[in-house]
Design a binder for this molecule. Structure first.
Ligand code: NDP
Length: 291
């Protein structure tokens, strides 16, 4: 058998980031506006701190401003709401990202609802979720958007394909399914969403032309679940004793699949690239709105 083609998310994200830097430069020249992403971190979770740093660094590399605000772990909901209100009102700030998860005393939904929908570069606000569901997306959540871009870049046909998304989170699974079912490029798929209550999940996945695994369980998707030649997109990031692994059992699956994303170096780098693209979009929308 032939080994699967490896979909190189690192290379694709580099290409997109280079293109984006050109767009940022053109936008700055036309408008004099510097797109600015404000990233808020509450607490000192080391993984979150790494993500937050790479997000603001990514902005700077693309010619945008990335500011980082770190609040103590015992910050109250009211205090965080106050910061969000301040960022909402700041015309210099175009994108606001509150890094999840938040400490227990803070209700994530309350915070996400408080972010100005025009600054909601994560795409988690109800109005952005609604616009995506209606097929007129504004800010699309970065991880599923990155998966769609990978499929498009790799020339994987989605139209008429059976796409099985494993996972129904608001951050990955659901918006991924919305994108795949949408009319047009990167969509037009027949979509099935699986989750922990799905009966005979393996049999469902075996019918998939495209599998998107967003489960959060190391090596959950095994070779026996994959139709020969299928495309496998692995969103999972799991830290185990031997290092970082995806939700897909990469070695054996790559001998059956037609194309596959590695972990790391697959979906992960795309997520940041999409965040940067959403930040430029936010700056464009707000600059338009003010004219
Ligand atoms: P969630 O925990 O929010 O959702 C996991 C989903 O998987 C749920 O819908 C759950 O079902 C389903 N699930 C869990 N166990 C099973 C099972 N045994 N059988 C079938 N379905 C199951 O995770 P996220 O969507 O936030 O993230 C998923 C993975 O992607 C994680 O590894 C995360 O680290 C990674 N991730 C990677 C990103 C990147 O940039 N590459 C960004 C975001 C996430 P149910 O709803 O029924 O509980």
């Amino acid at each position: 058998d032939v080994a699967a083609r490896i979909i190189d998310g690192k290379a694709v994200s580099q290409k997109l980031r280079t293109e984006l830097a050109d767009e940022v430069a053109a936008f700055k020249q036309q408008t004099g506006v510097i797109p600015h992403l404000a990233v808020v971190l509450v607490g000192d979770d080391p993984a979150s701190a790494v993500y937050v740093r790479s997000k603001s660094k990514g902005c700077e590399q693309a010619g945008m401003a990335g500011s980082q605000m770190t609040l103590p772990a015992d910050t109250s909901q009211a205090q965080l709401l106050e910061l969000v209100a301040r960022l909402n009102a700041d015309p210099q700030v175009h994108g606001i990202l509150v890094q999840l998860p938040l400490p227990r005393q803070i209700d994530e939904t309350v915070i996400l609802d408080a972010i100005d929908p025009l600054k909601d570069v994560d795409g988690f606000h109800a109005s952005n979720v609604g616009l995506l569901a209606q097929g007129r997306p504004r800010f699309v959540p970065c991880t599923p958007l990155g998966c769609q871009k990978l499929l498009l870049d790799a020339g994987i046909p989605t139209s008429g394909a059976h796409a099985v998304v494993i996972g129904r989170s608001e951050i990955v699974g659901k918006p991924m399914a919305s994108l795949l079912v949408q009319k047009g490029a990167g969509g037009d798929a027949t979509v099935t969403i699986c989750h922990s209550r799905t009966k005979d999940l393996a049999a469902v996945v075996r019918t998939a032309d495209i599998v998107v695994a967003a489960i959060g369980r190391p090596k959950f998707v095994t070779a026996d679940m994959i139709k020969p030649g299928a495309t496998v997109i692995d969103v999972g990031i799991n830290r185990i004793e031997t290092g970082l692994v995806g939700d897909v059992d990469y070695g054996p699956v790559s001998e059956i699949a037609g194309a596959i994303t590695p972990v790391p170096g697959g979906v992960g780098p795309m997520t940041i690239a999409m965040l940067l693209a959403n930040t430029l979009l936010a700056a464009k929308l707000q600059t338009q709105a003010r004219r």
